[in-house]
Design a protein around this ligand. Structure first.
Ligand SMILES: [Zn+2]
Length: 495
């Protein structure tokens, strides 16, 4: 891979809807005129988690069973688990933000504090909401019932309806199915990994932070600090570490899905299984599949168009040809190339490969695209489409096809301007030969033996070919050789 290509790949732009594109464009700083400088994206990208350690500063959270004596309040336990979770997630390669990583509050009233907290959280997700998860860490309390204990997970569920007094953010309505999926994973994973019993279970409700998160969200109450036994457990580093590990595993698993999107970036379906996602996407005319864990598009119904610079390599990629064309037009020495076939769709420096030639009027039209040249040529009589690089006639409505596929007994089966096409056809049958229409030269056969022999003075026949030129080329490589026409014994060339 060319050096520039590596840099550019690191900064590759794949069209995934308007917002995604804007975000990526912002992340890619391109200085042109000779030097290209790419910076890594400055805004959030890839798998991202916003951890919210509940309360903080003047808001201590529950004082639990003994906090008023020891000074160890909920806000501290929340932060201790959150910091451990951050470490676990970073080890998994996830980008992590925290609403707070010190003992602080966000506003002077608790209501304003929650609003300000979510503003911070949503800012971190901005432009990358699809790939961001919000986890709020809390510990519970029920002083009237000190025996109450256990772990609980909360999330917003659109299916339970909306309380007009506690409306969700519009984006949370959109992400509600993802919040449910996240909460389920979190709930079972913490129960599996941490030494804690289940409290009231997995609960759908409309807590302020979960319903106002602009991303998939869940809130955990890791245990009851009003329960003396559980409070003691919660304060241990061992419990905190196991709870953090359980949360991290759940979040890691949350990303292991394949999402099918429409071309305008609307998520149509989420699959755990890659094959199912692919078959769903392929059954639709226009769709792409996003491997969320590896953060890459693994299938796209459209062709990928690359903007290639003469010396700098690939500058830009898009599944939308018009975007690629628009981008390419901004710079000199660029070409838009179809990634799969390598076909040049447009260029401001490459010669146009395909020309439409008229029998008497000369060149009528030139294009980078064979299809366009063909469409143009078909509008007129006495035209031919010619590949200017190879000189091959690709199509004509007046020239006679140059290459014929001849069968030993059935005669001419097929004609083409293209030798490779003729060969391909000939190979489908036995006893065929590809013959030049005018010269009668045999280019390929599966039953004729070679027409021209390369003979060595002492070693005998070294090589056989249907083509005299080919035989001579071979013979020239050795001394004491001559080329003989097999049928007549005539010497065609001698060393
Ligand atoms: Zn709390």
């Amino acid at each position: 891979m060319r050096k520039n290509q590596i840099i550019i790949k690191a900064c590759r732009i794949i069209y995934q809807g308007e917002d995604e594109l804007k975000r990526l464009l912002l992340g890619c700083v391109i200085l042109f005129f000779g030097v290209l400088v790419f910076s890594t994206p400055v805004l959030a990208s890839g798998k991202t988690v916003v951890i919210d350690p509940g309360h903080g500063g003047k808001f201590s959270g529950t004082s639990g069973y003994s906090g008023s004596k020891t000074g160890y309040y909920e806000k501290q336990a929340n932060l201790e688990v959150a910091l451990k979770l951050r470490k676990e997630l970073k080890a998994l390669g996830v980008t992590v933000y925290m609403t707070r990583d010190t003992d602080r509050h966000f506003a002077s009233t608790s209501k304003e504090d929650l609003a300000a907290r979510m503003k911070v959280a949503n800012h971190y997700a901005r432009g990358n909401e699809d790939n961001t998860v919000f986890i709020s860490v809390h510990h519970n309390s029920l002083p009237s019932k000190p025996t109450m204990r256990g772990f609980e997970t909360y999330y917003f569920d659109i299916n339970k309806g909306i309380d007009p007094d506690y409306p969700p953010a519009p984006l949370q309505k959109k992400y509600s199915p993802e919040s449910r999926r996240l909460a389920k994973l979190v709930h079972s994973s913490v129960l599996r990994n941490a030494p804690v019993v289940e409290g009231r279970g997995l609960i759908a409700n409309d807590l302020f932070v979960t319903r106002n998160a602009h991303m998939a969200s869940a809130l955990v109450e890791l245990g009851y600090m009003s329960n003396p036994f559980e409070e003691g457990l919660i304060k241990t580093s061992n419990f905190q570490q196991k709870a953090a590990a359980g949360l991290a595993k759940a979040i890691n698993n949350y990303f292991k899905v394949y999402e099918v999107y429409s071309l305008n970036g609307k998520r149509l379906k989420v699959y755990l299984n890659q094959e199912n996602a692919l078959s769903f996407a392929k059954a639709r005319a226009h769709a792409y599949v996003f491997d969320k864990y590896n953060q890459k598009v693994i299938y796209h119904s459209e062709n990928l168009y690359q903007v290639e610079h003469k010396t700098l390599g690939i500058l830009y990629e898009s599944y939308d040809m018009n975007r690629a064309l628009k981008y390419a037009a901004k710079y000199r020495n660029t070409a838009v190339v179809k990634e799969k076939s390598g076909e040049v769709m447009w260029s401001n420096y490459l010669p146009k490969t395909y020309k439409v030639e008229h029998a008497t009027l000369g060149v009528l039209y030139e294009s980078f695209q064979q299809e366009r040249a063909l469409a143009y040529a078909k509008k007129y009589r006495n035209t031919a489409v010619i590949n200017q690089t190879t000189g091959d006639v690709l199509w004509s409505n007046y020239l006679e096809e140059t290459y014929q596929v001849e069968h030993s007994t059935l005669g001419v089966l097929f004609e083409s301007f293209n030798l490779e096409d003729a060969k391909k056809y000939a190979k489908l049958y036995r006893n065929t030969a590809v013959v030049h229409r005018e010269t009668g030269e045999v280019f390929w056969s599966n039953y004729l033996s070679g027409t021209y022999e390369v003979e060595h003075s002492t070693l005998g026949v070294l090589y056989e070919s249907y083509s005299l030129d080919d035989a001579i080329e071979y013979a020239e490589k050795y001394r004491n050789t001559q080329v003989v026409k097999e049928s007549t014994g005539e010497v065609m060339w001698t060393f």
